[in-house]
Design a protein around this ligand. Structure first.
Ligand code: G6P
Length: 618
């Protein structure tokens, strides 16, 4: 939520800031702004709307200067408008600040500052930071930032400039991410690596309480007590081209089509000589053997991956598992201790609730293992062990390839767990062999969806027509059972995230306890009825829906004759695979269905309203 960037060097700051912000727009996109220093003056430009609105404005009237800060916003306090957009300035307009996070005591601070004569212009919590720094400023920006932040409660990553200190950018963080990029005669700070990757691969991850003081050729980092510390930069290996659309209309579509490759890489990297290896795990086998139970904690799509993990781990590795939303886990005194392994799953590795849940679990003595996509993210760093999904940057807000990568890791971890704990798996021998077939199965399935006129695009177009003909009255219900129940939740989540159509996911067995009341000719019901132990039960559910006039989209295994012959309204075929592995194959057409529905409605698929990729506030 919110992306920030700071630059100092010899380049035109405005250009660097805009480019960097375009790589951070996934974090928020309701308004954007920059502040640039030039010849003892501070120039601020900010605009409601997407970054393109600001870029247009700057094109008309550019801001020259080689030092500056920028922000792309996801509103928490104060509606999205020009005034609430960042950067915020102090009353003298000497200091400009961009902020990601939430200042929890901003009301008290604001009242105190107002009493002292500071006039506020926005409704944001962030503006207090500018005034606090101004109050503390005695000629040294770093010192002022340090003292000002002592009064602040909550989370922040900030970048600050002062018009009297040209070429200097100060950054600081607590519970919101901030990285430093080290260049040649130029330096950067940013919320995330893609913002600086075009200019440098040398990156330092800042920790909570640290402050960085940058000029074009110096980078000083101070610890929480103000003492200078040395931190070694890491070399970023991946390429910025991975964060480009590569000819696809949307990042989401590109990321859906990348899934076979992502899965293939995961299996290639982790399966060695018929064994599963996790180099970065850092949790010893003896500790894994002592585990009595597992808690999986995550948000959104990652939570759905966790639910699938429960089915897998309990079935094959025979360890009891429960799954929690991070926001529930952290506040409900969970019964975890030394004999519990807590697995936190997070694409970004920065989700505030998951990070807090991780800390809660550690405080209670549990071992924490993270399944993460973003290297060096807060969650990855704070966990005892980490398994990276290495899915590459995921830019679209709606998560796709990160989800199937999380599933793949959970399969491998299940196998690993069973091996270490010497649990005999029923289909142990063929497990890895069959798992390794998934990438080519997914690839073959995706090949039929390459054309713009594919069958899912047609279903989406028909739904759109149907919806309009019924005065916008239709909705979606997703039903699944057993290991594909989480996919019902995930399919519904994808659809509502990007098409704003109301969609609910349900375990099919629960249909009679409520959702069946919704069935008439209005909702479209996606029934996941692939080859499975519960296949017949799904058939009965489908009959019950059809008997009440419902419209069914049946997701079936290739070659399913029963459903093909029984006049389903719509069929989606997925390749045949063992039930345990089917969730990966089922997930993909559901992602595409959501994509095509959103495309029919003409919505902004990569940046849906009100959402953000990385939820770094509670
Ligand atoms: C946001 C994103 C979702 C994501 C969830 C958890 O809501 O829009 O796509 O699943 O956060 O994010 P994480 O980075 O922790 O997986």
């Amino acid at each position: 939520m919110c992306g920030i960037i700071g630059y100092t060097g010899k380049k035109n700051a405005e250009e660097v800031l805009l480019k960097g912000l375009s790589r951070l727009e996934y974090r928020g996109y309701d308004s954007a702004g920059v502040a640039v220093l030039k010849a003892g003056e501070l120039h601020v430009r900010k605009k409601q709307g997407k970054l393109s609105v600001l870029a247009e404005d700057l094109k008309r009237a550019p801001l020259a200067g080689n030092t500056g800060i920028g922000h792309t916003r996801w509103a928490t306090h104060g509606v999205p408008n020009d005034i609430n957009a960042h950067p915020h300035v102090d009353h003298k307009r000497h200091i400009a600040v961009v902020h990601n996070g939430i200042i929890e005591n901003y009301q008290q601070l604001k009242e105190k500052l107002q009493k002292a004569g500071y006039a506020f212009s926005s409704d944001t919590d962030s503006e207090v930071i500018a005034h606090l720094i101004s109050e503390q400023y005695k000629g040294d920006l770093r010192a002022a930032v340090r003292t000002a932040l002592k009064q602040v409660k909550g989370s922040f990553a900030i970048a600050v400039v002062h018009r009297g200190e040209p070429g200097r950018v100060i950054g600081a963080r607590k519970d919101s991410p901030l990285i430093v990029g080290l260049g040649e005669e130029e330096n950067f700070i940013a919320s995330d690596i893609p913002a600086v990757l075009e200019y440098t691969r040398k990156v330092i991850y800042l920790e909570n309480g640290e402050i960085v003081d940058l000029s074009g050729d110096t980078c000083v980092i101070c610890g929480p007590k103000g003492k200078k510390i040395r931190k070694r930069p890491v070399e970023i290996k991946w390429d910025i081209s991975q964060a480009e659309k590569k000819g696809y209309r949307h990042f989401m579509l590109k990321e859906i089509f990348e899934q076979p490759e992502v899965l293939r890489n995961i299996f290639k990297e982790r399966i060695k000589g018929g064994r599963v290896e996790f180099e970065e795990l850092a949790i010893r086998d003896t500790q894994i053997r002592k585990i009595k139970r597992i808690a999986i904690v995550a948000c959104g799509t990652a939570y759905h991956a966790g639910l699938t993990g429960k089915y897998m781990i309990e079935k094959y590795a025979k360890v009891p598992v429960w799954v929690d939303n991070s926001s529930e886990f952290r506040y409900r005194e969970p019964l975890v201790g030394r004999d519990t392994l807590v697995i936190v799953i997070s694409q970004s590795g920065e989700t505030a609730d998951t990070l807090a849940a991780l800390r809660e679990a550690k405080d209670r003595g549990a071992r924490v293992l993270a399944i993460c996509n973003v290297l060096g993210s807060s969650i990855a760093r704070e966990s005892d062990g980490v398994i990276y999904t290495h899915a590459g940057p995921e830019i679209a807000v709606a998560s796709t390839k990160a989800y199937t990568a999380q599933l793949a890791i959970l399969y491998l971890f299940t196998y690993y767990l069973a091996s270490v704990r010497k649990v005999a798996m029923t289909d142990g021998r063929s497990f890895l062999r069959r798992l390794k077939r998934l990438p080519s199965l997914a690839e073959r399935m995706l090949a039929q969806y390459h054309s713009r006129k594919n069958i899912l695009a047609r279903y989406a177009a028909e739904f759109h027509e149907y919806y309009l003909a019924r005065n916008n009255k239709s909705c979606f219900l997703y039903l699944g059972r057993n290991i594909n129940y989480p996919n019902a939740l995930e399919g519904a989540l994808k659809l509502k995230e990007i098409s704003y159509i109301s969609a609910e996911g349900y375990p099919a067995g629960e249909m009679k306890h409520g959702p069946i009341a919704l069935i008439d000719e209005n909702p479209w019901v996606v029934c996941i009825a692939v080859q499975a132990d519960t296949y017949e039960k799904m058939l009965s559910n489908i009959q019950e829906i059809k008997a009440r006039g419902g419209i069914v989209i049946a997701v079936v295994s290739a070659g399913d004759k029963t459903l093909r012959d029984s006049k389903m309204n719509y069929l989606i075929e997925v390749p045949r695979a063992p039930e345990a592995f089917s969730p990966v194959l089922v997930a993909i057409p559901l992602q595409l269905l959501a994509y095509h529905v959103a495309a029919e409605f003409g919505y902004d698929i990569d940046q849906p309203r009100n959402l953000a990729k990385s939820v770094t506030v509670e």
